[in-house]
Design a protein around this ligand. Structure first.
Ligand code: BGC
Length: 267
């Protein structure tokens, strides 16, 4: 019987042997095609995700993919809010049987124009619709905005978590929008989210929407600083820039914008 480690070592040696003759070229090639375990695509049109070669996961604020994602990209369904309760269990079952490993909670329940839920309503609904899946999926919290107002953002999350101690949440989700020059504020906000997660025995933070405001060059500069930082933070599980569309990360199907190139080139 061949052990797993023997197989692994022989696979590694074969890879090294293959790579050796073209090391410089292989290195560039590998970099371009690398898969980031953290980097994702937030999309509305599934066909556009193909341009983001190397993302490991994708979501569309919905319970089903609405099209076909590229092979190897994990679809993550979202229970957006009460409007989805009736279809949720069928959709979640189907996604999990097709390979999804995570489930996303409510979208910006702290914002009136989004899921718009009080922390206590959200906690009781989360227990009803999400917690039963804890044995089959890793559960992500509702995603809050970066509003600093009382009752919103991390303040909303704090109240929610205090009422959801038995919800079996393993990742805390946040969103962030602000000027591209505010990289320190971005890091501070993510660190605050990590601290809140840790206080609640939640292992990691997901930044499921973030976008820097500013022209293309400022957004590129923002990503150049922020992506290596995100990749190096042990407390950050996954992230997705807003968004995989022809107006932000792409200019047309299969054509990355400058912002998209920055998002994809930095691993
Ligand atoms: C909305 C989603 C929408 C997404 C992208 C979000 O703010 O909640 O319903 O799909 O933006 O347009």
């Amino acid at each position: 019987m061949v052990s797993f480690s023997a197989l692994f070592v022989s696979g590694l040696m074969a890879t090294v042997a293959l790579a050796a003759p073209h090391q410089a070229h292989q290195h560039l090639h590998a970099k371009r095609n690398a898969t980031s375990a953290k980097k994702g695509a937030a999309y509305n049109e599934a066909s556009l995700v193909a341009a983001l070669t190397g993302v490991s996961w994708a979501y569309n604020w919905n319970m089903e993919p609405d099209g076909t994602l590229p092979p190897g990209v994990e679809y993550v369904p979202m229970l957006w809010g009460p409007k989805m309760y009736s279809g949720w269990s069928a959709a979640a079952d189907s996604a999990l049987s097709s390979g999804s490993k995570y489930l996303l909670g409510f979208n910006e329940p702290d914002v009136a124009s989004q899921a718009n839920m009080s922390p206590s309503q959200a906690a009781s609904d989360y227990k009803q619709y999400m917690t039963p899946y804890a044995g089959n999926a890793t559960l992500v919290s509702p995603a809050v905005s970066n509003s600093g107002s009382a009752g919103q953002g991390l303040d909303w999350m704090k109240s929610f978590l205090s009422e959801c101690t038995d919800c079996q949440i393993s990742a805390l989700a946040v969103h962030w929008y602000a000027d591209a020059s505010l990289t320190d504020y971005f890091k501070q906000f993510v660190n605050q989210a990590i601290e809140l997660a840790n206080q609640n025995n939640i292992q990691e933070v997901w930044i499921t929407e973030f976008q820097a405001t500013g022209d293309d060059a400022s957004q590129v500069q923002f990503l150049t600083e922020i992506l290596p930082w995100l990749d190096s933070q042990a407390g950050v599980g996954r992230y997705s820039y807003f968004m995989c569309s022809n107006s932000v990360l792409l200019t047309a199907a299969n054509v990355l914008s400058q912002i998209g190139q920055a998002y994809m080139s930095l691993f």
